[in-house]
Ligand binder design. Structure first.
Ligand SMILES: [Zn+2]
Length: 424
Protein backbone atom coordinates (compact mmCIF):
# COMPACT_ATOMS: atom_id res chain seq x y z
CA UNK A 1 0.00 0.00 0.00
CA UNK A 2 1.48 3.31 -1.10
CA UNK A 3 -0.10 6.60 -0.01
CA UNK A 4 0.86 10.11 -1.15
CA UNK A 5 0.03 13.13 0.98
CA UNK A 6 0.44 16.15 -1.30
CA UNK A 7 0.39 19.94 -0.80
CA UNK A 8 1.08 19.78 2.93
CA UNK A 9 2.65 22.07 5.47
CA UNK A 10 4.95 19.61 7.20
CA UNK A 11 6.05 20.03 10.80
CA UNK A 12 9.83 19.80 11.18
CA UNK A 13 10.94 20.92 14.62
CA UNK A 14 14.63 20.63 13.73
CA UNK A 15 14.36 23.33 11.05
CA UNK A 16 14.52 27.06 11.77
CA UNK A 17 11.03 27.74 10.39
CA UNK A 18 9.53 24.65 12.03
CA UNK A 19 7.22 24.03 9.06
CA UNK A 20 7.87 23.64 5.33
CA UNK A 21 5.70 23.01 2.26
CA UNK A 22 6.04 19.50 0.85
CA UNK A 23 4.73 16.02 0.14
CA UNK A 24 4.99 12.76 2.06
CA UNK A 25 4.93 9.20 0.77
CA UNK A 26 4.04 6.30 3.05
CA UNK A 27 4.63 2.74 1.94
CA UNK A 28 3.00 0.12 4.16
CA UNK A 29 4.00 1.17 7.70
CA UNK A 30 6.92 3.50 6.90
CA UNK A 31 7.55 7.04 5.65
CA UNK A 32 9.67 6.52 2.50
CA UNK A 33 9.80 10.01 1.00
CA UNK A 34 9.51 13.58 2.25
CA UNK A 35 10.20 16.23 -0.39
CA UNK A 36 9.16 19.50 -1.93
CA UNK A 37 8.66 17.86 -5.34
CA UNK A 38 5.84 15.36 -5.86
CA UNK A 39 7.43 11.99 -6.56
CA UNK A 40 5.86 10.41 -9.67
CA UNK A 41 4.75 6.87 -8.86
CA UNK A 42 1.75 4.56 -8.85
CA UNK A 43 -0.07 5.37 -5.63
CA UNK A 44 -2.90 3.35 -4.11
CA UNK A 45 -4.25 6.52 -2.55
CA UNK A 46 -3.53 10.23 -3.00
CA UNK A 47 -4.60 12.62 -0.24
CA UNK A 48 -4.59 16.32 -1.08
CA UNK A 49 -3.71 17.99 2.22
CA UNK A 50 -4.72 21.36 0.71
CA UNK A 51 -2.15 23.42 2.57
CA UNK A 52 -3.09 22.06 5.98
CA UNK A 53 -0.59 20.74 8.53
CA UNK A 54 0.83 17.25 8.42
CA UNK A 55 2.62 16.38 11.63
CA UNK A 56 3.66 13.37 13.68
CA UNK A 57 0.93 11.92 15.88
CA UNK A 58 1.16 12.80 19.55
CA UNK A 59 2.84 10.41 21.97
CA UNK A 60 0.90 10.37 25.24
CA UNK A 61 3.32 9.01 27.82
CA UNK A 62 0.99 8.50 30.76
CA UNK A 63 -2.43 6.90 30.47
CA UNK A 64 -4.87 4.73 32.37
CA UNK A 65 -7.12 4.27 29.35
CA UNK A 66 -9.99 2.17 30.77
CA UNK A 67 -10.61 5.00 33.24
CA UNK A 68 -12.69 6.51 30.45
CA UNK A 69 -15.48 4.53 32.11
CA UNK A 70 -14.96 6.63 35.26
CA UNK A 71 -15.06 10.03 33.55
CA UNK A 72 -16.41 12.63 35.99
CA UNK A 73 -16.82 10.01 38.72
CA UNK A 74 -15.70 12.40 41.45
CA UNK A 75 -14.73 15.93 40.58
CA UNK A 76 -13.67 18.57 43.08
CA UNK A 77 -11.99 16.25 45.60
CA UNK A 78 -8.33 15.92 46.71
CA UNK A 79 -6.26 13.03 45.31
CA UNK A 80 -6.52 10.76 48.35
CA UNK A 81 -10.29 11.08 48.66
CA UNK A 82 -10.70 10.87 44.88
CA UNK A 83 -8.53 7.75 44.56
CA UNK A 84 -9.22 5.68 47.66
CA UNK A 85 -12.89 6.55 48.33
CA UNK A 86 -14.19 6.88 44.78
CA UNK A 87 -11.98 5.55 41.98
CA UNK A 88 -10.72 2.32 43.56
CA UNK A 89 -14.13 1.13 44.87
CA UNK A 90 -15.56 1.50 41.34
CA UNK A 91 -12.49 -0.08 39.74
CA UNK A 92 -12.97 -3.11 41.99
CA UNK A 93 -16.25 -3.76 40.20
CA UNK A 94 -14.75 -3.69 36.69
CA UNK A 95 -14.66 -7.00 34.84
CA UNK A 96 -12.18 -7.93 32.16
CA UNK A 97 -14.82 -7.25 29.53
CA UNK A 98 -15.49 -3.78 31.02
CA UNK A 99 -11.81 -2.92 30.75
CA UNK A 100 -11.76 -4.06 27.13
CA UNK A 101 -14.60 -1.65 26.26
CA UNK A 102 -13.10 1.19 28.30
CA UNK A 103 -9.85 0.75 26.39
CA UNK A 104 -11.68 0.91 23.07
CA UNK A 105 -13.49 4.09 24.09
CA UNK A 106 -10.10 5.61 24.92
CA UNK A 107 -8.74 4.60 21.51
CA UNK A 108 -11.60 6.49 19.84
CA UNK A 109 -10.76 9.54 21.90
CA UNK A 110 -7.01 9.27 21.24
CA UNK A 111 -7.52 8.94 17.50
CA UNK A 112 -9.95 11.84 17.23
CA UNK A 113 -7.45 14.01 19.14
CA UNK A 114 -4.40 12.99 17.09
CA UNK A 115 -2.79 10.75 19.72
CA UNK A 116 -1.18 7.78 17.97
CA UNK A 117 0.93 6.19 20.72
CA UNK A 118 0.48 5.79 24.46
CA UNK A 119 2.06 4.40 27.56
CA UNK A 120 -0.64 2.34 29.21
CA UNK A 121 -0.78 1.68 32.93
CA UNK A 122 -3.73 -0.26 34.24
CA UNK A 123 -4.65 -3.77 35.31
CA UNK A 124 -5.99 -6.76 33.38
CA UNK A 125 -3.54 -6.66 30.52
CA UNK A 126 -5.23 -9.52 28.73
CA UNK A 127 -8.21 -7.25 27.99
CA UNK A 128 -6.04 -4.21 27.26
CA UNK A 129 -3.69 -6.09 24.95
CA UNK A 130 -6.63 -7.61 23.05
CA UNK A 131 -8.37 -4.24 22.58
CA UNK A 132 -5.23 -2.39 21.45
CA UNK A 133 -4.23 -5.17 19.08
CA UNK A 134 -7.68 -5.27 17.49
CA UNK A 135 -7.56 -1.49 16.97
CA UNK A 136 -4.05 -1.56 15.45
CA UNK A 137 -3.02 1.07 18.01
CA UNK A 138 0.55 1.73 19.21
CA UNK A 139 1.31 1.37 22.92
CA UNK A 140 3.83 0.49 25.55
CA UNK A 141 1.81 -1.52 28.05
CA UNK A 142 2.67 -1.51 31.73
CA UNK A 143 2.50 -4.51 34.02
CA UNK A 144 3.39 -4.48 37.70
CA UNK A 145 2.55 -5.19 41.32
CA UNK A 146 -1.07 -4.88 42.28
CA UNK A 147 -2.97 -4.21 45.48
CA UNK A 148 -5.70 -6.60 44.30
CA UNK A 149 -5.97 -10.16 45.53
CA UNK A 150 -4.66 -12.11 42.52
CA UNK A 151 -4.10 -15.42 44.30
CA UNK A 152 -0.35 -15.66 43.53
CA UNK A 153 2.79 -14.04 44.93
CA UNK A 154 4.16 -10.83 43.40
CA UNK A 155 6.96 -12.47 41.40
CA UNK A 156 4.67 -15.06 39.82
CA UNK A 157 2.19 -12.30 39.04
CA UNK A 158 4.89 -10.18 37.36
CA UNK A 159 5.99 -13.12 35.24
CA UNK A 160 2.42 -14.01 34.23
CA UNK A 161 1.48 -10.43 33.37
CA UNK A 162 4.66 -9.85 31.42
CA UNK A 163 4.02 -12.93 29.30
CA UNK A 164 0.56 -11.70 28.28
CA UNK A 165 2.11 -8.75 26.44
CA UNK A 166 3.69 -10.03 23.23
CA UNK A 167 5.96 -7.40 21.76
CA UNK A 168 5.39 -6.42 18.12
CA UNK A 169 6.07 -3.33 15.97
CA UNK A 170 3.08 -1.72 17.68
CA UNK A 171 3.30 -3.12 21.20
CA UNK A 172 6.06 -2.90 23.77
CA UNK A 173 6.06 -3.61 27.49
CA UNK A 174 7.22 -1.79 30.58
CA UNK A 175 7.23 -2.67 34.26
CA UNK A 176 4.78 -0.20 35.80
CA UNK A 177 5.19 0.21 39.54
CA UNK A 178 2.17 2.29 40.44
CA UNK A 179 3.85 4.36 43.15
CA UNK A 180 5.89 4.15 46.32
CA UNK A 181 2.73 4.65 48.40
CA UNK A 182 0.89 1.65 46.92
CA UNK A 183 3.83 -0.79 46.96
CA UNK A 184 6.36 -1.89 49.57
CA UNK A 185 10.13 -2.11 49.39
CA UNK A 186 10.11 -5.84 48.73
CA UNK A 187 7.74 -5.48 45.76
CA UNK A 188 9.84 -2.68 44.24
CA UNK A 189 13.05 -4.69 44.69
CA UNK A 190 11.41 -7.69 43.02
CA UNK A 191 10.46 -5.46 40.06
CA UNK A 192 14.03 -4.13 39.88
CA UNK A 193 15.43 -7.68 39.74
CA UNK A 194 12.80 -8.97 37.33
CA UNK A 195 13.28 -6.13 34.83
CA UNK A 196 17.08 -6.33 35.06
CA UNK A 197 16.97 -10.05 34.26
CA UNK A 198 14.45 -9.64 31.44
CA UNK A 199 15.72 -6.39 29.93
CA UNK A 200 12.50 -4.45 30.50
CA UNK A 201 12.24 -0.68 31.19
CA UNK A 202 10.47 0.78 34.24
CA UNK A 203 7.85 3.40 34.99
CA UNK A 204 6.36 4.89 38.16
CA UNK A 205 4.20 7.77 39.47
CA UNK A 206 6.72 9.94 41.33
CA UNK A 207 6.49 12.91 43.70
CA UNK A 208 2.98 13.72 42.51
CA UNK A 209 1.73 15.32 45.74
CA UNK A 210 3.20 17.00 48.80
CA UNK A 211 1.66 14.23 50.89
CA UNK A 212 3.55 11.55 48.94
CA UNK A 213 6.83 13.39 49.48
CA UNK A 214 6.11 14.15 53.15
CA UNK A 215 5.08 10.57 53.98
CA UNK A 216 8.16 9.21 52.21
CA UNK A 217 10.61 11.43 54.06
CA UNK A 218 9.02 10.63 57.45
CA UNK A 219 9.02 6.89 56.77
CA UNK A 220 12.41 6.61 55.12
CA UNK A 221 14.85 8.60 57.17
CA UNK A 222 14.39 11.92 55.32
CA UNK A 223 14.78 10.37 51.87
CA UNK A 224 12.62 11.97 49.17
CA UNK A 225 10.88 9.62 46.71
CA UNK A 226 13.71 9.89 44.10
CA UNK A 227 16.35 9.24 46.82
CA UNK A 228 14.39 6.25 48.09
CA UNK A 229 14.10 4.77 44.57
CA UNK A 230 17.74 5.49 43.76
CA UNK A 231 18.79 3.46 46.80
CA UNK A 232 16.65 0.56 45.57
CA UNK A 233 18.41 0.64 42.17
CA UNK A 234 15.19 1.64 40.42
CA UNK A 235 16.84 4.10 38.03
CA UNK A 236 19.61 1.72 36.92
CA UNK A 237 17.57 0.83 33.83
CA UNK A 238 15.70 3.03 31.34
CA UNK A 239 13.00 4.71 33.46
CA UNK A 240 10.04 7.00 32.90
CA UNK A 241 8.55 8.89 35.86
CA UNK A 242 5.07 10.36 35.76
CA UNK A 243 4.19 13.77 37.26
CA UNK A 244 7.38 14.78 39.18
CA UNK A 245 5.61 17.83 40.59
CA UNK A 246 7.37 18.27 43.93
CA UNK A 247 11.05 18.00 43.21
CA UNK A 248 13.95 19.93 44.63
CA UNK A 249 17.35 20.49 43.03
CA UNK A 250 18.80 17.24 44.38
CA UNK A 251 15.81 15.23 43.14
CA UNK A 252 16.18 16.66 39.64
CA UNK A 253 19.89 15.92 39.74
CA UNK A 254 19.12 12.25 40.41
CA UNK A 255 16.78 12.11 37.38
CA UNK A 256 19.39 13.83 35.26
CA UNK A 257 22.24 11.55 36.44
CA UNK A 258 20.31 8.42 35.45
CA UNK A 259 18.83 9.81 32.18
CA UNK A 260 15.33 9.34 33.53
CA UNK A 261 12.52 10.67 31.31
CA UNK A 262 9.63 12.61 32.86
CA UNK A 263 5.97 12.54 31.83
CA UNK A 264 4.35 15.78 32.90
CA UNK A 265 0.54 15.70 33.24
CA UNK A 266 -0.54 19.28 33.90
CA UNK A 267 -4.33 19.05 33.68
CA UNK A 268 -4.42 16.15 36.15
CA UNK A 269 -2.03 18.01 38.48
CA UNK A 270 -4.06 21.20 38.52
CA UNK A 271 -7.48 19.53 38.72
CA UNK A 272 -6.38 17.43 41.71
CA UNK A 273 -4.60 20.54 43.07
CA UNK A 274 -1.32 18.60 43.24
CA UNK A 275 0.82 21.50 42.02
CA UNK A 276 2.85 22.68 39.03
CA UNK A 277 5.83 20.65 37.80
CA UNK A 278 9.18 22.53 37.59
CA UNK A 279 9.51 22.13 33.81
CA UNK A 280 11.99 24.94 33.25
CA UNK A 281 14.30 23.56 35.95
CA UNK A 282 14.04 20.10 34.32
CA UNK A 283 14.97 21.59 30.95
CA UNK A 284 18.04 23.17 32.53
CA UNK A 285 19.09 19.77 33.81
CA UNK A 286 18.79 18.30 30.30
CA UNK A 287 15.98 15.92 31.35
CA UNK A 288 13.91 14.36 28.55
CA UNK A 289 10.47 15.87 29.22
CA UNK A 290 7.39 14.26 27.67
CA UNK A 291 3.66 14.86 28.12
CA UNK A 292 0.91 12.58 29.41
CA UNK A 293 -2.82 13.05 29.76
CA UNK A 294 -3.15 10.65 32.72
CA UNK A 295 -6.51 8.89 33.03
CA UNK A 296 -9.74 10.75 32.33
CA UNK A 297 -11.03 10.20 35.86
CA UNK A 298 -8.69 13.05 36.79
CA UNK A 299 -8.43 15.42 33.84
CA UNK A 300 -11.23 14.69 32.22
CA UNK A 301 -10.33 14.25 28.54
CA UNK A 302 -7.56 12.74 26.44
CA UNK A 303 -6.50 15.92 24.72
CA UNK A 304 -2.86 16.71 23.93
CA UNK A 305 -3.71 20.21 22.69
CA UNK A 306 -5.01 21.07 26.16
CA UNK A 307 -1.94 19.52 27.81
CA UNK A 308 0.48 21.37 25.51
CA UNK A 309 -1.16 24.70 26.26
CA UNK A 310 -0.96 23.99 29.98
CA UNK A 311 2.68 22.83 29.94
CA UNK A 312 3.73 26.04 28.21
CA UNK A 313 1.63 28.44 30.25
CA UNK A 314 1.93 26.85 33.71
CA UNK A 315 5.71 26.62 33.31
CA UNK A 316 5.78 30.36 32.69
CA UNK A 317 3.53 31.38 35.57
CA UNK A 318 5.33 28.96 37.88
CA UNK A 319 8.47 31.12 37.77
CA UNK A 320 6.85 34.41 36.67
CA UNK A 321 8.78 34.43 33.40
CA UNK A 322 6.83 34.44 30.11
CA UNK A 323 9.97 33.85 28.07
CA UNK A 324 10.54 30.23 29.09
CA UNK A 325 9.19 26.94 27.62
CA UNK A 326 8.23 27.83 24.05
CA UNK A 327 5.62 26.40 21.68
CA UNK A 328 8.42 24.57 19.86
CA UNK A 329 9.62 23.07 23.17
CA UNK A 330 6.21 21.64 24.02
CA UNK A 331 5.59 20.32 20.49
CA UNK A 332 8.87 18.39 20.87
CA UNK A 333 7.74 17.08 24.27
CA UNK A 334 4.45 15.89 22.75
CA UNK A 335 6.08 14.09 19.82
CA UNK A 336 9.79 13.25 19.51
CA UNK A 337 10.61 13.31 23.25
CA UNK A 338 7.73 10.95 23.96
CA UNK A 339 8.81 8.60 21.19
CA UNK A 340 12.33 8.55 22.64
CA UNK A 341 11.05 7.80 26.14
CA UNK A 342 8.91 4.88 24.98
CA UNK A 343 11.47 3.57 22.49
CA UNK A 344 9.33 3.73 19.32
CA UNK A 345 10.67 4.85 15.93
CA UNK A 346 8.01 7.59 15.58
CA UNK A 347 7.53 11.23 16.55
CA UNK A 348 8.84 12.88 13.38
CA UNK A 349 7.92 13.06 9.71
CA UNK A 350 11.22 11.80 8.38
CA UNK A 351 12.23 9.06 5.95
CA UNK A 352 12.56 5.74 7.75
CA UNK A 353 10.19 6.64 10.60
CA UNK A 354 7.06 4.57 11.17
CA UNK A 355 4.05 6.32 9.66
CA UNK A 356 2.21 7.77 12.68
CA UNK A 357 0.88 10.93 11.07
CA UNK A 358 -1.95 13.37 11.70
CA UNK A 359 -3.53 15.97 9.48
CA UNK A 360 -4.54 19.17 11.27
CA UNK A 361 -7.16 21.30 9.53
CA UNK A 362 -5.95 24.89 9.79
CA UNK A 363 -8.54 26.39 7.48
CA UNK A 364 -10.35 27.71 10.54
CA UNK A 365 -10.60 31.19 12.06
CA UNK A 366 -8.25 30.46 14.97
CA UNK A 367 -5.35 29.65 12.60
CA UNK A 368 -5.55 32.98 10.73
CA UNK A 369 -3.49 34.94 9.86
CA UNK A 370 -1.59 31.80 8.80
CA UNK A 371 1.77 32.80 10.21
CA UNK A 372 3.54 31.53 13.36
CA UNK A 373 1.88 28.14 12.95
CA UNK A 374 3.85 26.48 15.77
CA UNK A 375 2.45 29.11 18.10
CA UNK A 376 -1.09 28.62 16.73
CA UNK A 377 -0.89 24.84 17.27
CA UNK A 378 0.02 25.23 20.94
CA UNK A 379 -1.78 28.42 21.98
CA UNK A 380 -4.85 28.37 19.70
CA UNK A 381 -5.16 24.77 18.46
CA UNK A 382 -7.89 22.33 19.50
CA UNK A 383 -8.09 18.56 19.32
CA UNK A 384 -11.18 18.94 17.11
CA UNK A 385 -8.85 20.39 14.43
CA UNK A 386 -7.50 16.88 13.81
CA UNK A 387 -8.99 15.69 10.51
CA UNK A 388 -7.11 12.45 9.93
CA UNK A 389 -5.05 10.10 12.08
CA UNK A 390 -2.76 7.39 10.72
CA UNK A 391 -1.06 4.76 12.89
CA UNK A 392 1.66 2.56 11.45
CA UNK A 393 0.60 3.42 7.89
CA UNK A 394 -3.12 2.73 8.44
CA UNK A 395 -5.74 5.47 8.48
CA UNK A 396 -7.73 4.81 11.67
CA UNK A 397 -9.65 8.10 11.76
CA UNK A 398 -10.79 10.48 9.06
CA UNK A 399 -13.32 13.28 9.17
CA UNK A 400 -15.27 11.94 12.15
CA UNK A 401 -15.21 8.30 11.05
CA UNK A 402 -13.22 5.56 12.83
CA UNK A 403 -11.67 2.54 11.15
CA UNK A 404 -10.75 0.28 14.07
CA UNK A 405 -12.91 -2.70 13.23
CA UNK A 406 -15.57 -1.74 15.79
CA UNK A 407 -18.59 0.48 15.40
CA UNK A 408 -18.32 3.55 17.67
CA UNK A 409 -22.01 3.31 18.61
CA UNK A 410 -21.45 -0.20 20.00
CA UNK A 411 -18.63 1.15 22.17
CA UNK A 412 -20.73 4.09 23.40
CA UNK A 413 -23.62 1.79 24.31
CA UNK A 414 -21.37 -0.66 26.17
CA UNK A 415 -19.63 1.99 28.29
CA UNK A 416 -22.94 3.59 29.25
CA UNK A 417 -24.18 0.21 30.47
CA UNK A 418 -20.95 -0.48 32.39
CA UNK A 419 -21.01 2.91 34.09
CA UNK A 420 -24.59 2.46 35.19
CA UNK A 421 -23.81 -0.96 36.64
CA UNK A 422 -20.66 -0.03 38.61
CA UNK A 423 -22.15 3.08 40.19
CA UNK A 424 -25.39 1.41 41.36
ZN1 LIG B 1 -1.54 8.24 36.69
Amino acid sequence: MKILFKNAKILDLDSKEGIFKGNVVVEDDTIINVSQQIKEDNYDKVIDVNGNILMPGFVDTHCHSPMTILRGIKDDAPLDEWLFNNVIPCENKLTSEDIYWGEKLAVLEYLSAGITCIEEGYFDNEAIYRALKECNFRARIGFGPTTRDVGVDNLTYLKNESEIIKETDLIKKVCFVHSIYTTNEEQISQCVDFTAKNNIPRSIHLSETLKEVGDCTVKNNQKTPPMYLEDLGFFDRQTLCYHCVHMDKDDLQILSDYNVSVSTCPSSNIKLASGIAPIYAMQNKGINITIGTDGVASNNSLDMFKEMFLVATLSKVNIYDASVVSARDVLKMATINGAKALGFNVGEIKVGKKADIILVDINKPHYYPQTNLLSHLVYAGKSSDVYLTMVNGKILYENGEFFIGEDKETIYKKVNEIRERITK
